[in-house]
Design a protein around this ligand. Sequence first.
Ligand SMILES: [Mg+2]
Length: 438
Amino acid sequence: MENSPLAIGTFPRAILHIDGDAFFASCEQSRNPALKGKPVVTGKERGIAASMSYEAKARGVARGMRIFEIKKICPEDIILPSDYETYSLLSKRFFSIVRRYTPDVEEYSIDECFADLTGLQRPLRMSYAQIAEQIKRDLDLELGFTFSIGLAPTKVVAKIGSKWKKPSGLTVIPGKDIHLYLAKLPVEKVWGIGHQTTALLNKYGIRTALDFARKSKEWIEKKMIKPFKEIWEELNGRSVLAVDTKEKESYQSIQKVKTFTPPSNDERFIFAQLSKNIENACIKARRYRQAARGAVIFLRTQDFRDSGLETRFSRATAFPNEVIKIIEPAFKELFKRNRQYRSTGVILLNLENQENSQMDLFGSHLIVEKMTRLYEGVDKIKEKYGKHTLFLGSSFSAHRFSGHEGDRGIAPARKAALFKGETKRKRLAIPMFLGEVN
Ligand SMILES: [Mg+2]
């Protein structure tokens, strides 16, 4: 039993997951060959490392590390600001190369895609593994950096494959071999299984992905909600998650920055500015049905010094009250009382389709449902009456003073009482307070 395969077939379906290695840093090296073989770090504008080349990784640089720390441990590092336009262009080229082989490509994120090769062996006169090899050769050659690929009967297992050997790996996992990989994989490394679910699964004695996959159908039916039933099916080699080939109008990241004058060191005012940026970024995310897995917040001082912190979320969200709660400690850490600040900003990161973001909501799906309904209402009101008719209590002082920067605190009562764009009829400017929405 312990060594028996989970699935008997090899490739009832053939799904690829393709992942660009150190994508942003690789794009920079590809555009400027003088950077090849050198330690390159991107993310200068936010003060933290967003991506680093393998040469930088080898010197101890990790994602989220502060730029000034990096300069200390590795002064020869080349630190560059992010250039999302270039990354997006190379990302498009990446997807179009994969589409030469199959139209069934899901653009999962800026540097990752799924591709369905099922049935292409005969027309292409190659085995699935050979097709995967060929795609990898094309990508490595034409984009000038390497990709890692997993080939498996399902998306969840293909994603395990692409991570198995990095950089520049090609890992082929036929159905009959899945159990060999899952036995070595902690269950929390499975795509879609987050902290809360891991904690729950651990309570049932499930440690590895194989422990989970070997649970009986009855057990899964009784204990798991839909997204985890699907993961369980996929781990067992049965493809239930479709490759979503709809062309997406999506954003890889959404950035909102706002400068205010005069500079300020009023902590509440600056937090309100940041809160307003977060609300605006979330409005945009919801408009495109996207949700973020993390965020970077940053503050800029009067003398143009940036400091930023990145926070990961346990599940994807596009609800500003949730984001604000999570980033508040980071703000407290960044904010220095003796500095004058001139702008704040937020970048929502790792955006995904809201439908996918329902993947890890154990115990929190009720809250998410409630919030979804609440924000559908909020978005409707905004559509009808304007973007800032409803906002969070934490953004209050930013809204209160928007439109007449410079006379902050000395605005006439008339200005303070009427919000920008308001008329007598359209006076709906009610702050929403965090405490009221749980
Ligand atoms: Mg990558």
